[in-house]
Design a protein around this ligand. Sequence first.
Ligand SMILES: *[C@@H]1O[C@H](CO)[C@@H](O)[C@H](O)[C@H]1NC(C)=O
Ligand SMILES: *[C@@H]1O[C@H](CO)[C@@H](O)[C@H](O)[C@H]1NC(C)=O
Ligand SMILES: *[C@@H]1O[C@H](CO)[C@@H](O)[C@H](O)[C@H]1NC(C)=O
Ligand SMILES: *[C@@H]1O[C@H](CO)[C@@H](O)[C@H](O)[C@H]1NC(C)=O
Length: 340
Amino acid sequence: MKIYVWLFIGGMVVSAINAQKPVLEVLTNGNQVSLRGLSVVNDSTIWASGSNGSIARSVDGGRNWQWMQVPGHEKRDFRDIEAFDANTAIIMGIAEPAVILKTIDGGHTWKKVFEDSTKGMFLDAMAFSGDKGVVVGDPVNQYAYLAVTRDRGNTWQKSNLEGNPHLLKAREGEAFFASSGTNVQYFTKKPGFVFVSGGNYSGLYYLGRRFHLPFGFGVSTAGANSLAISPDNQHAVVVGGNFSIDTARSRNSVLVSFEKEGVTMKRPQTPPLGYRSCVIYLDKQTLLTCGTSGVDVSRDGGKNWNPISTESYHVCQKAKSGKAVFLAGKNGRIARWVLP
Ligand SMILES: *[C@@H]1O[C@H](CO)[C@@H](O)[C@H](O)[C@H]1NC(C)=O
Ligand SMILES: *[C@@H]1O[C@H](CO)[C@@H](O)[C@H](O)[C@H]1NC(C)=O
Ligand SMILES: *[C@@H]1O[C@H](CO)[C@@H](O)[C@H](O)[C@H]1NC(C)=O
Ligand SMILES: *[C@@H]1O[C@H](CO)[C@@H](O)[C@H](O)[C@H]1NC(C)=O
């Protein structure tokens, strides 16, 4: 008798969990743009950026999208975007020359606020905290490229100088992925921001030191792609993998705890279902990660991951002020995460 009671309760628990499985509602789809930049101001204002100099913006929670091509930059790949409100945003164009543009009129006009035509320059990601911002680029003359702003991107100062405590000579073939604009993040600990490298070597840059990250190494297609900091600033989750074998479940995520003197690292018990290019915290225990082979959710701080979709997405973001969560990827696809 007892056993039936237990089975019954077990069945109820399973269906309750299934009923809670989030659904990805596709909002716009079908053009040739690969979206990798995404910035969600609040539940109604969403900006995305990508290839062909393209920007998408919605001011009604994703029901309607306005697609724009930045004049004079129609061939550029804007791999990252940071939006401050419905009118103000900054976009990062990766290379030749590396540029950052800013709009204050909802994307009608864009002003160049940063340009560097140094050979080999390749910008990978930006992060902001209030008016402060940082952009990270591939190593130039053996040092990671860093520039900072204190006025929401109106002016930028290069800080890739020898002697900068953040900087260490890059390893051979070490670079940064520009896959979702999320491998650099601000947090409350010194030195204010932390970033992860990939490629031939994957490292976490923290406390003026570089901590080895256990991703695949020795190839340019593998490594750490994205970093998310927990709401209490004590932990981080790093995802990545090898994008040329994007369903491999090994060496694609690492759980990090920040300590006074360094970091400790653990691998998850159940990793995400393949290469992942972006990870975000929704709250202290809930995380979302996405990549070309699918989307996974963790409800236990990143220890165990459950796949919720096998659709390809490059980037996911939560509203900076609000609860809405969006994803973006190839073919101009933007989706909203819906909890039924
Ligand atoms: C983007 O560029 C590609 C190749 O240059 C082209 O095939 C495609 O039609 C363009 N897409 C848009 C939306 O302009
Ligand atoms: C989102 O931000 C815009 C300002 O850019 C504001 O007009 C709008 O009311 C905000 N919406 C919500 C739901 O907070
Ligand atoms: C990657 O590292 C290997 C040695 O592990 C080296 O032979 C190769 O040249 C490096 N690749 C690049 C692009 O630096
Ligand atoms: C990455 O994938 C490529 C292509 O399948 C393979 O040759 C290489 O060994 C893989 N490297 C790592 C570090 O996963």
